[in-house]
Ligand binder design. Structure first.
Ligand code: ZN
Ligand code: ZN
Length: 356
């Protein structure tokens, strides 16, 4: 945590301090999860403010940061800034609400907050993009649990079960096996519903000949996993098989370009060319991938607009899909660590088309 704090401090100029209000931002810098709180960094001090609900645990576990109980937060922050002669406060512009901005501007007299100054966003984004070995251990554990949940549910995708029932079964299994929660609301969509990339599991019952797409992830030590598999119930027709094979081929093409230093758009393009070339142009309407960490969607991304080179150590999803409205859809999503030599796939579940 100390090196993270030092790295954020390195963007501060004389007379500046940083205020981190977002949950992932606070956790990243202190190691401590709480639903509310603030981290204040000045050249001299690093303070975590949490209220009574969290103070005992925070005092017992947080290192390298002063733990202070919140009474009147803006007044407490104001007095530290005043003592140190701070005149400008950096905030996470992508995370702070307008109400918070107005409140802090009003409460902190003589302190400017520039809503367009995104130096704090950029440094946190850059640091969080490159996972440490310890972070990777947590992400690996989360993905191992996700793989295990896929094996568990494969035997239980019986015709007649509803999407919602399958989703709840998967969630219960993951949490019982040690997941702290779900990385996001699990997606289980079947038959015609599988053409909805982010459909909500409902009352539809699985039927023979359906594709079922399951997009799910666990959380370990605050770190998320993310994976998607599409399987067929009992049987798949020729077009279903063709679409599935195309999506798998698109994913393989993307992986063959995935390497540190390559712009995300190039990886995205490799997958998109396979899908477009197979006659499904326009049926893959989302980005190829996103980074994963304390939040399920982090930077960098692999989209047609991702021009920055991918850093080594980032954990990237590779999730091409083809969605045929009112008919069916397929998505296959793995999560991999980007390395200088290429990548290491953290997802180990079967990718051949499974008939269950
Ligand atoms: Zn996903
Ligand atoms: Zn994803």
């Amino acid at each position: 945590m100390y090196t993270r704090i030092e790295a954020v401090r390195s963007v501060l100029q004389a007379g500046e301090a940083a205020l981190i209000l977002s949950g992932p931002g606070r956790r990243y810098l202190t190691g401590y999860p709480s639903s509310e709180g603030a981290v204040l960094l000045t050249a001299k001090r690093a303070c975590l403010y949490v209220d009574f609900r969290y103070i005992e645990k925070a005092r017992a576990t947080v290192q390298h940061v002063e733990v202070i109980q919140t009474e009147r937060l803006s007044a407490q922050i104001g007095s530290v800034l005043q003592e140190e002669g701070i005149t400008h406060l950096l905030v996470e512009t992508e995370e702070m609400s307008l109400a918070q901005l107005f409140r802090y501007r009003k409460a902190l007299e003589g302190i400017s907050i520039d809503a367009e100054d995104d130096r704090l966003d950029r440094i946190l984004e850059k640091l969080r993009a490159q996972k440490t070995p310890q972070e990777l251990t947590s992400i690996r554990a989360a993905q191992a649990l996700t793989d295990e949940t896929f094996t568990y549910i494969l035997d239980r995708l019986t015709p007649g079960r509803t999407e919602r029932d399958v989703m709840l079964d998967m969630e219960y299994h993951m949490r019982r096996a040690g997941s702290e929660g779900v990385a996001f609301d699990l997606i289980v969509v079947s038959g015609k519903n599988s053409s909805l990339p982010h459909g909500v599991p409902g009352a539809r019952a699985l039927a023979r000949g359906d594709f079922v797409t399951m997009d799910f992830g666990a959380v370990i030590d605050g770190y998320c996993s993310d994976m998607t598999r599409t399987v067929a119930i009992g049987t798949a027709d020729e077009e279903q098989r063709r679409v599935y094979a195309t999506v798998l081929q698109a994913q393989e093409a993307a992986f063959s370009h995935l390497r540190a230093g390559v712009p995300g758009c190039e990886v995205d393009r490799a997958a998109r060319e396979v899908i477009d070339g197979a006659g499904y142009a326009g049926c893959f309407g989302h980005a190829l991938g996103h980074s994963v960490g304390l939040a399920i969607h982090e930077s960098p991304t692999c989209s047609p607009r991702s021009e920055a080179p991918l850093p080594a150590g980032t954990v990237m999803t590779v999730e091409p899909g083809i969605y045929l409205p009112d008919r069916f859809g397929v998505r296959i999503e793995d999560m991999a660590v980007v390395t200088d030599a290429g990548y290491e796939n953290l997802t180990h579940s079967e990718k051949r088309l499974l008939l269950v």
